[in-house]
Each structure stands twice: as C-alpha cells, then as structure tokens.
Design a protein around this ligand. Structure first.
Ligand code: COA
Length: 287
C-alpha cells in the first residue's frame, strides 16, 4: 500500500483513467465524475493524475463540447484527501510531492481556467476545502440547493492554501470569504447561490436537467468565440481599464481573424441581409 501511494505521488498512471474518475459522453456533454463515493470523492493522487489525463484527451475530443465536473454518490468532493494526498506524501521525496502538487494545481485551476471548452461544476453534495479550487476554476456552477459547502481548513488546523483563499476571494464578497474562512461554518447550495459563489441552486431532482440545459445553450454558440470570450474574462479581470481596452480590441481582432466559422459575418448577414434571426434573442444558425 505504501509503495502504491508513493508511485501514485510520482505520477505513474500512464495517462489512463477510469479507476477514480469516469467520463460519459452525451450529445456534446462530457460528464466527468469523481468516482470515490466511499471516500466522499476526496482528491487523492489517483484523481489528480486521471484528471490531467482526461483534460489532455477532452481538449481534442469532438465528443466533448462542454465539460461538466461532478461527484458520484452523495458528495461533490470532500476536498483534498487528508490520508493519501497529505499524510502519505509527507514521507515521499520532496521532488515527488512537488510534482504531485503541481499536477493538482494544473487540473484544478491553472488548466481548468483556460480549458479551451466551457466548463461547469455540478455540485451535487458535500463541497469542502480543496474542492473550492476546481469549483471556482470552472467557468460556471450549478448546485443542488441542499448541497453543503465548507471552508473546513480552520477546523483541522491549516489555512485554505493551494489556491483556495484566492479562489474564494475572486468569487465571494470579501466579508463572506473572511467569515467562512475564519469560522469554518458550513453553508447550503442555496446560500452559495445567494452569495454568487455558484450561478444558481436548484432542487436535487432538477440538478442534472438544469445543468444539461445550460450545457446545451453553450453548445449552441460558436465554440471558438466562446473560448475567446471566456479567456478574455479571465485575463481582463486583473488589467487596468487602459490595458483592458487595448487587450480586448486585440483579442477581438484575433477572434475575427481566426474564427473558422467566420461567425461575425455570418451573424451580421443573417440579421441584416436575410433578416432571419435577431442577435438579441439567441445564437445565429450554425449550419
Ligand atoms: N480525506 C480523506 N478521507 C476522507 C475525506 C478527506 N477529505 N473526506 C471523507 N473521507 C473518508 C473518511 O475518512 C471515511 O473513511 P472510512 O470509511 O475509511 O472511515 C469516509 O470518507 C466517509 O467519511 P465520513 O466522515 O464517515 O462521511 P460522512 O458522510 O459522515 O461525512 C464529510 C462527510 C464530508 C462531512 C466528512 O467526511 C468530512 O468532514 N470530510 C473532510 C472534509 C474536509 O475537511 N475537507 C477539506 C480537505 S482540504
């Protein structure tokens, strides 16, 4: 067991998945499910390596137009695995631990934030600690209204590290972030929606249908322009007004030049010449 954990920390899974994470394709949606329900989908090294392999594969798999991340059973994710991710790696050579931590940062936020396709977190249950990283790393999030969220780090003697503190400061108000980081109190999916940590909360029965509806809306848009728009959101946030103005003009030119669908002209033509659609009310026809 000790050796298995060490080799998992070293990243020896050969780019495979299916043991800890499953992927199901369905009409353009890739449902990516963390699959350790007995451990409440706590993130162990196996999930880390499998998620990196999955993201490598899905970015160029046409069956995936939108990636949804969720958890099997009653939990979204109980955060980092205290036994396999933390305690077990205290004993491995630092170079291996650092490689694991880098790989975890890669899938949870460095790659997730700039993944070329839209991403949605579907929060079906428990969501703790490190799970906030990929919750926020995804572009959009829908929660079950009875899901339970918590920044539990303070309860067991650590600070919300990785990039959790930054993630919550980016999405919650400063007061809410400080409150939940300092108290470790839990809050519900409905409260998460009220605080805008997730886009909306729905009943558990509606969760999958509502997530699918959102994914299908995104699938109806021009995928290249969608990619440009989400990347621009991520970068513009940290720019000054002047820098943002310059960057967005350049990004807009790049989008027009590189869009394989030539969407801007198609949309204009359908609106102005054919008078067959109204941009204010939906996406242009992508035949
Ligand atoms: N790391 C390692 N193991 C975890 C885990 C975690 N983050 N979360 C749950 N597990 C394991 C438990 O150790 C237990 O293992 P066992 O069956 O071998 O004893 C199993 O998952 C079930 O957990 P349990 O606590 O019995 O389930 P529960 O439904 O009563 O409670 C939680 C669910 C999520 C509230 C509780 O497991 C918990 O507090 N987990 C830690 C959450 C946390 O602080 N995460 C932040 C990490 S950064």
């Amino acid at each position: 067991m000790e050796n298995q954990t060490e080799s998992a920390a070293a990243g020896q899974n050969n780019g495979k998945w299916g043991e800890y994470v499953t992927v199901d394709f369905d009409e353009g949606i890739a449902w990516v499910t963390l699959n350790r329900p007995k451990q409440r989908n706590a993130i162990n090294p196996g999930i880390v390596w499998e998620m990196n392999a999955i993201m490598d594969a899905l970015e160029e798999d046409d069956r995936c137009k939108v990636m949804v991340v969720t958890g099997a059973g009653e939990s979204f994710s109980a955060g980092m695995d205290l036994k396999e991710y933390f305690r077990a790696t205290d004993k491995v050579p630092p170079i291996q631990r650092e490689r694991l931590f880098r790989a975890n940062a890669a899938w949870q936020w460095r790659r997730m934030m700039y993944f070329p396709k839209p991403t949605i977190s579907m929060v079906n249950g428990w969501c703790f600690g490190g799970a906030f990283q990929f919750l926020v790393g995804c572009d959009l999030a829908i929660a079950s209204e009875d899901a339970i969220f918590g920044l539990s780090e303070i309860n067991w003697g650590i600070i919300p590290a990785g990039i959790v503190t930054k993630s919550v400061l980016e999405t919650m108000s400063f007061r809410d972030a400080m409150y939940y980081i300092m108290t470790g109190e839990t809050f519900t999916g409905q409260q998460a929606a009220d605080m805008k940590l997730v886009n909306k909360a729905v009943s558990p029965d509606e969760l999958k249908a509502e997530t699918r509806k959102l994914a299908m809306t995104l699938i109806g848009k021009n995928p290249f322009v969608l990619r440009q728009a989400k990347t621009a959101c991520r970068f513009t946030r940290d720019l000054t007004w002047e820098q943002a103005g310059e960057y967005l003009m350049a990004k807009s030119d790049q989008t027009e030049l590189r869009d394989p669908e030539n969407g801007r002209n198609t949309g204009m033509s359908q609106f102005l010449d054919e008078k067959s659609f109204r941009p204010g009310l939906g996406a242009y026809r992508r035949d």
